[in-house]
Design a protein around this ligand. Structure first.
Ligand SMILES: [Zn+2]
Length: 220
């Protein structure tokens, strides 16, 4: 089979935002079931709508890969932005009720679109070091991975209000340790306009970069 044969488009529209999911058109190729597609849509519906709009505005797409196509396992993403979800990831027990693979990859796209980790590093080096030092399970390592993990765990535990066990270091996302990692996430540029869960963790702007006080015109 070919990995570039004609594809069908399924519109996911989480929170009304147009996000296309491309699936194989051929009858012999892997196609996610209606249940898989529904879980994916419900999962993205929990993510901050600002992030969905940013992804859609950059013409972001999601592809359900065929069984012999890349990636063979898990997911992949690119600053283009696009997300690819492997055929096997749809049947992974971890993705049964919430597609955590898709959320991790979406976290990478949020990082790309907002320059999240680069911005955090210059704003708050202490939070950057803390988050980038978190353990991550997978061949690819680095600050992008720890951001994507933190994003996924924030959405699952704080927005969807579901339990999640971080495989690489379960204790990292319990109690106060979890809040410090979420503090890093909230203080990255990706959450600058965020008023939802844990937005109280946002720090004051450093001296010299403060916005004008409310009611004072910024013109001139
Ligand atoms: Zn990753």
């Amino acid at each position: 089979m070919s990995c570039t044969r004609p594809l069908n488009m399924v519109v996911l529209a989480p929170q009304g935002v147009f996000i296309p999911l491309y699936v194989a058109a051929g009858a012999g190729d892997f196609r996610p079931t209606d249940r898989h597609v529904d879980v994916l849509k419900q999962t993205l519906s929990v993510a901050p709508v600002e992030h969905l709009r940013k992804f859609a505005g950059a013409r972001g797409v999601i592809r359900a890969s065929g069984r012999q196509c890349s990636p063979a396992r898990g997911g992949g993403s690119d600053p283009a932005p696009w997300i690819r979800l492997s055929a096997v990831s749809f049947d992974d027990p971890l993705n049964r009720n919430v597609n955590v693979t898709a959320l991790h990859e979406f976290g990478h796209c949020v990082d790309y679109l907002y320059g999240a980790m680069a911005g955090l590093r210059s704003r708050h080096p202490d939070l950057y070091r803390l988050l980038s030092g978190t353990a991550h399970t997978g061949r690819t390592q680095g600050p992008g991975e720890t951001f994507a993990d933190c994003y996924l765990i924030f959405v699952v535990t704080q927005l969807a209000r579901r339990a999640y066990r971080h495989p690489a270091d379960p204790g990292a996302y319990e109690g106060d340790r979890a809040n410090r990692l979420f503090e890093a996430l909230i203080n990255s540029p990706a959450f600058d306009g965020w008023n939802g869960a844990l937005s109280g963790l946002r720090r004051q702007a450093p001296p010299g970069t403060a916005a004008p006080p409310r009611g004072v015109s910024g013109r001139g």
